[in-house]
Design a protein around this ligand. Structure first.
Ligand code: MD3
Ligand code: FE
Length: 225
């Protein structure tokens, strides 16, 4: 596995004692730093702009309380993740426009095929839009019905401070930075690890003209055939 030295990821190499760092990342956690070069990031951004035109970003709300997320969201693909007072779920239409989600861009289908090591295509791509003040609290992705498939994450724009924990909320967590073009594959035990985004570092990327960060997560939602 490439680049699991502490400086970049917060993980020590196997057997290397590194105080204040992971001994090992959770099994199935794979980071591909700079997997997308600048031209690939720009091409993907153009695809995402088209998605956002067709499916305008909205602010999800917490189940029960209705407290708004600081992150705005939209989706592409056959299914999209939504959250409102009624709960978290996947659905085939935009919660405000009622229209089907736009199709998954081919570049994302190709990326999944290249890195997911899973024989069926993704069904959902959640698009998270962060401004300088947005955060995502510690949570697990457990609204899917297929956990054999990994989640594949793509970061675009400003660098973030990402936090990764274990399988229990109380497990110790470690932080690492995710930068534009980084791809993370969450398979195996890591698929159900707690994680969140603590902060955005403004001005760390020139990809998005207005600053901010976009994260794409590719997911399999229904049991693979
Ligand atoms: C670790 N998004 O959309 S992506 C999410 O940067 C989400 O917007 C974050 O958490 C973001 O649910 C993190 C990296 C990621 C995605 C899924 C994971 C890490 C994960 C699932 C399990 C463990
Ligand atoms: Fe998540």
């Amino acid at each position: 596995m490439k680049d699991l030295s502490g400086a970049r990821t917060g993980f020590a190499r196997a057997g290397t004692p590194m105080k204040h760092h992971f001994d090992q990342p959770p099994e199935g956690f794979r980071i591909l730093p700079g997997r997308l070069d600048r031209p690939a990031q720009e091409a993907l951004l153009a695809d995402i702009r088209a998605v956002v035109e067709a499916a305008p970003p909205y602010r999800p709300q917490m189940p029960r309380t209705g407290k708004p997320f600081s992150v705005r969201m939209t989706n592409c693909g056959a299914l999209g993740w939504v959250s409102d007072r009624a709960g978290y779920r996947y659905q085939s239409v935009h919660p405000e426009t009622g229209r089907p989600w736009p199709p998954m861009p081919q570049a994302l289908m190709d990326l999944w095929r290249a890195v997911a090591n899973f024989p069926h295509p993704p069904e959902a791509c959640l698009v998270n839009l962060y401004d300088a003040d947005a955060k995502l609290g510690l949570h697990r992705d457990e609204d899917e019905d297929e956990f054999a498939a990994p989640v594949v994450s793509v970061s675009l724009g400003d660098t973030c401070l990402f936090r990764l924990g274990g399988l229990a909320r109380a497990d110790r967590t470690r932080s690492l930075r995710l930068s534009s073009g980084d791809v993370v594959v969450l398979g195996g035990a890591a698929r159900l690890a707690y994680h969140g985004v603590d902060r955005i570092y403004p001005g760390t990327s020139t990809l998005l003209p207005g600053g901010g960060r976009i994260n794409l997560t590719l997911r399999r939602v229904t049991p693979a055939p």
